[in-house]
Design a protein around this ligand. Structure first.
Ligand code: 2AM
Ligand code: CA
Length: 263
């Protein structure tokens, strides 16, 4: 199967899933909590993941699928073709704001990111990348990132990491906030990654993300020259939860070296 065919297929099912999610606003959702009271999931998250699994398996039963809602397989290796899917990234936004959520999909072959998608469902904006062929938003190429200094940067960070917490020293984070030009927090990791890849933000970091939050975005990041790593500047690992940063290359190391002190 050629990459172009897989891309056309992936794009078409993501758009179809988006249409189904938009239609679901006329239904009554079932909302439940997962790991904690603020970790929300709806029947639409689950149904969208099942939709992806059915379509992907029909297309090629050998493809493996890692999905946030656990409706796919248990994956302990990235051998073969692995689809990493978040049916709704930003579920709290989906429920409360009816916007600012995305479908995030990464397609990896033997651990190499081949295709990446972040679909902003309510804006109908499809960010995607094909390894070696560039990144696009609704088929318009994204531009390579230009160098920027930290004091002129906008960074994406949740305020929780700038207050006392169990994962990171918050004092250096306060310094970082004072140093940069501005901060933003959108509540959907994949959309924040899309913002950095598009040059609207210059970095985004989070202390605990899962493979499905970053798999699609990492492919897009590569194509525009953004650097994605964990918070000690090691390559991202798509088999576990970890800290994550994506940044313009001119500030990536500076942020990690000077402002990120893990506990
Ligand atoms: P989700 O909506 O798919 O769960 C919110 O700050 C962002 O972090 C969202 O992209 C959310 O994805 C993601 N996230 C992933 N794991 C999380 C966790 N354990 N707790 C809170 N947010 C998480
Ligand atoms: Ca999700």
């Amino acid at each position: 199967m050629g990459i172009a065919e897989v891309h056309q297929f992936a794009k078409s099912i993501i758009i179809e899933a988006g249409e189904r999610i938009r239609h679901s606003f006329s239904e009554k959702w079932k909302i439940e909590t997962k790991a904690d009271a603020n970790d929300l999931v709806t029947n639409i998250d689950r149904e969208t993941e099942v939709f992806f699994i059915q379509k992907i398996k029909e297309f090629d039963p050998s493809y493996k699928i890692l999905g946030e809602e656990g409706m796919g397989e248990k994956i302990d290796s990235l051998e073969g073709v692995v689809w990493i899917v978040d049916p709704i990234d930003g579920t709290m936004n989906f429920i409360r704001q009816h916007r600012n959520f995305a479908i995030s999909v990464g397609i990896y072959m033997n651990g190499i990111g081949k295709l990446g998608y972040i679909y902003d469902v309510m804006r109908n904006q499809m960010y995607y990348a094909i390894e070696g062929k560039g990144a696009f938003m609704n088929d318009v190429p994204l531009k390579p990132l230009k160098p920027i200094s930290l004091d002129k940067s906008i960074i994406g960070v949740n305020a929780v990491w700038v207050t006392p917490n169990k994962r990171i020293e918050h004092e250096p984070m306060i310094e970082l906030i004072r140093k940069v030009r501005g901060t933003r927090s959108y509540g959907s990791a994949s959309l924040e990654i899309a913002s950095v890849a598009s040059g609207r933000m210059d970095a985004y970091l989070s202390l605990r993300l899962s493979p499905w939050d970053i798999a699609g975005g990492a492919v897009i990041a590569n194509e525009v020259g953004a650097i994605a790593s964990n918070l000690v500047n090691k390559p991202i690992n798509l088999l576990k939860q970890d800290g994550f940063i994506i940044a313009n290359p001119s500030i990536h190391e500076e942020i990690i070296e000077h402002y990120i002190k893990l506990k």
